[in-house]
Design a protein around this ligand. Structure first.
Ligand SMILES: CC(C)(COP(=O)(O)OP(=O)(O)OC[C@H]1O[C@@H](n2cnc3c(N)ncnc32)[C@H](O)[C@@H]1OP(=O)(O)O)[C@@H](O)C(=O)NCCC(=O)NCCS
Length: 262
């Protein structure tokens, strides 16, 4: 979810129009409703605005809606109920150079990436309440990611989310987005300053800065994958030894056991 305050400088163009097959229909598993996909176009402003007012606690100016439906620089895909052509889901994303992102967002990529590296920012992603939990946001995201993979240049996709928006956080985590940056007082909602989080997904060779926490968690995941039972046993043994043994020799040998696994 974008704040109206954040300045997005559009410097990298994806050469629209993007490809998408409008013949491709999708049937939602629970409601059995047929969905088709198309890009937003002039005339969609009020429909998209009314959806966004429902989904987000932030008001965007009318000019912004004009922009996302007219400007082909945006990847602005709508999911429509095939029968009525009513828009029930939308994703809007923008490609920009890393150097044009807000300063704090530039931390999503490792320092070795230059400021001209293209990244994709998801401005909005939403689905009408009655159509949620049927995979629709996942399909919208899939179409966006497919385009980015095909173009092959964008190294990361990122977005901002309100700290309390648990459903969106769960959604992005389920799609392998990683929590990257805490943004204190990022949103101003009804006069209250609220924190946001920046999440990112890496593609086309992009990767995040390497922190100690990242290292420990990937090491842990790797070890668990290799031999979870043995690892847990040894750690338990190590902890027990560390706190109960008086004998220095015994303690040293349990440290050695740990270092052998590492
Ligand atoms: C977030 C949002 C887009 C998800 O849309 P959706 O169509 O329901 O998402 P999907 O059905 O594709 O969900 C895929 C997975 O995400 C996770 N997920 C999505 N919504 C969830 C929820 N409310 N609680 C827990 N997990 C959730 C689940 O793992 C889900 O898989 P599952 O249903 O098989 O368990 C939707 O809730 C929404 O429009 N919210 C309001 C707008 C918003 O906050 N947008 C995000 C900020 S830009």
């Amino acid at each position: 979810m974008q704040t109206p305050l954040s300045s997005q400088c559009l410097t990298v163009n994806l050469d629209p129009p993007y490809k998408i097959s409008t013949e491709q229909l999708h049937v939602l598993p629970t409601s059995n409703i047929s969905i088709s996909f198309r890009f937003l176009r002039p005339g969609d402003q009020s429909e998209v605005k009314s959806l966004c007012c429902d989904w987000f606690p932030i008001e965007y100016p009318d000019l912004w809606y004009d922009d996302i439906v007219r400007d082909t620089k945006y990847y602005a895909l709508a999911a429509c109920e095939t029968h009525t052509q009513r828009i029930i889901g939308v994703v809007v994303a923008d490609i920009l150079a890393l150097g044009s992102c807000n300063r704090e967002d530039q931390q999503i990529l490792h320092k070795s990436f230059s400021l001209t590296t293209p990244v994709c920012y998801i401005l909005i992603l939403g689905v009408e309440k009655e159509y949620r939990r049927q995979g629709l946001a996942g399909i919208l995201l899939y179409h966006l990611l497919n385009t980015l993979y095909e173009r092959g240049t964008c190294q990361a996709v990122y977005l901002h989310v309100l700290y309390s928006n648990k459903q969106a956080i769960k959604f992005y985590q389920s799609k392998h987005f990683q929590y990257r940056v805490h943004l204190p007082h990022y949103y101003c909602i009804k006069g209250e300053n609220l924190d946001g989080y920046c999440f990112a997904l890496y593609l086309n060779g992009g990767y995040p800065p390497f922190s100690l926490t990242d290292f420990l968690s990937s090491w842990w995941a790797y070890m668990i994958e290799r031999n979870p039972c043995r690892l847990i046993q040894i750690v338990r043994h190590f902890v027990a030894n560390k706190f109960t043994f008086k004998d220095d020799h015994q303690r040293t040998s349990s440290y050695k056991q740990i270092s052998r696994i590492i």
